[in-house]
Structure formats: C-alpha cells, structure tokens
Design a protein around this ligand. Structure first.
Ligand code: SF4
Length: 284
C-alpha cells in the first residue's frame, strides 16, 4: 500500500517523513524500520492495514488506568518498529528476522467494526508493535470508527514526526506513551530521541488526547535516581494529573540483566508520588 508521509529530495532518493528519523531512502531500499520501502520513487509499506496479532485485552493491560476503567479493548499489532531497544519485550514482531514470513491479515474498516461489535466492545488499540507505522491506515479508518462510536487508542513510543503526531493526535482518544529514559544519550542508544517524545507527549495532551505515560525501569539503562527525578519534575510541570506507570523489566531479546529490583521499583514509585497524583507500579 502506498504511504503518504514522504517527499522527494534532490539526491535521487525519497525522504520518509513518518517518524523523527526522516530516512533518506534510495530506490528498492528500505528505511531503518524495514517496513517502509522506496519502490519506483514512491514509499510503500507492505504491512499498512495488515496485522499479525489480534486479541481482546483488559484496558489496564495497555496500560490505561484512568480511561474507561474495567473495560476491554479490541487490540491489533503488526510488524516493525522505528526504535531498536535491546530489551524489546515484543521483538518477535517489532524486529523479526524475516518479517515477510510472518502471516498478516488485512482488515477493512467495515470488517473491524463488525468484529468489534461482535465482541461487544467500543474501542480499538493499535499496540504490540509501533502504531506510528500504521499512521495512514489509522487516519483512514477514523471516520468509520467515529460514526460507530468506537474510540481509537495508541500504545506508542511517541517517535512520530511532528506532522504524523498532529494527524494521529486528531484521531486518537487515548494513548499510552513510553518515556523510556530522561537522558538524550540513553534515548539515542535505544534508537530514539528524547526531544521528540517530549514534544509529542505535549502535542497529544494539547490536542485533548487522554495520555498516560509508561516508564519501564531497566537496570543499567534508566535506573538512575537523578534522571528519574528530572523526569518526574518535567511531567509534574506539565500536569500533576498525568498518570505514570512505573513498570518492571524482564530480560528479553539481547538484554540479560536480572529483572528490576522490586524494592527499587517501589522506591521510584514513591518518589513519583511525591509530585504526581496517579502513579502505578506495573509488571510485578
Ligand atoms: S517510518 Fe521512520 S524509520 Fe521507517 S522509513 Fe520512515 S523515517 Fe525511517
């Protein structure tokens, strides 16, 4: 399917404008995420509107604790990610060795609505992998979802470009956004950008999206007390009411340190609670 976030540059390549990376992609090559490809001077994504994971989850699993509590949500995941965390808990679909070998099913908006209604639900989450990579599809189904009173939810790393953040925040009712660290170098080492996620959190909040944040505490990556203090200060300066999930890491992919110490997790939760009204410990 043809994508829409790109422009031609002068050096015989195309720049993908979907996320903060703005990859410059030559003909027949892919960008960093491997799902966006330059085919004859157009960016295409074979996975737009196609999904490999489908489930009905409690809303608290996203995690969203302050939006439609005790409800269930229709959840879809696809292939790919624009970050590359060595501890990715969903790497089998975010960074599969051979993405084209994973079975994905295409869904029209009509099929989704039928499915969601059959499950007696009223919301849909784009989750499990990075939903930014489905931006055109999510925007394209919004009108149909809206007419049927179905809310769209994103579980995202918040690394979309300014333009995609503007478009996605317009069609999203609630989002859980990862705040993976509060140090620019650490963010870069994970393949992301601290400034981008900060800007996009503010964009989503200003657009009226219900936003909850997740901080996965990973030993040796972001378990530094001073960094955590600065992060809490930054969130509190936007609003003390923003819910924060302080969650426990477990070894995954290429990162093998033991799970986050429970005492540390509770102590960081207490620190966060001194400034924020809604802090939850998760994955314990
Ligand atoms: S979505 Fe991001 S990572 Fe993928 S090609 Fe576009 S700019 Fe690069």
């Amino acid at each position: 399917m043809r994508a829409s976030y790109y422009h031609k540059n002068k050096q015989d390549s195309i720049v993908c404008d979907l996320c903060f990376r703005h990859c410059s992609i030559h003909n027949n090559e892919s960008g960093f995420c491997r799902v966006r490809r330059n085919l004859n001077d157009e960016i295409i994504s074979s996975w737009l509107g196609k999904f490999c994971a489908r489930a009905v989850d409690p809303i608290e699993k996203k995690p969203l604790y302050h939006w439609k509590p005790n409800s269930y949500i229709y959840s879809l995941g696809s292939i790919g990610c624009n970050m590359n965390c060595q501890f990715c808990q969903n790497h089998k679909i975010s960074w599969p060795p051979e993405p084209e070998k994973i079975y994905c099913k295409a869904f029209t908006a009509h099929e989704l609505i039928q499915d969601i209604r059959e499950c007696e639900l009223d919301s849909i989450a784009f989750t499990y992998n990075e939903p930014t990579l489905q931006a055109e599809y999510i925007c394209s189904i919004y009108d149909s979802m809206h007419e049927n009173n179905i809310d769209i939810v994103l579980v995202t790393n918040g690394m979309m470009s300014k333009l995609a953040a503007k478009d996605l925040s317009r069609v999203t009712s609630a989002a859980n956004i990862d705040l993976k660290a509060f140090d620019s170098k650490v963010y870069s080492s994970l393949g992301g950008s601290l400034e981008t996620v900060k800007a996009n959190i503010i964009t989503f909040i200003n657009k009226g999206v219900h936003v909850e944040l997740t901080s996965l505490i990973v030993p040796g990556i972001n378990d530094n007390r001073e960094e955590f203090d600065s992060m809490i200060e930054w969130i509190a300066n936007i609003s003390r009411d923003i819910p924060l999930h302080v969650t426990r890491y477990f070894p995954a992919r290429d990162y093998h340190k033991p799970p986050t110490d429970i005492e540390l997790l509770y102590s960081l939760t207490q620190i966060a609670r001194s400034k924020l009204h809604n802090v939850h410990t998760g994955n314990i």
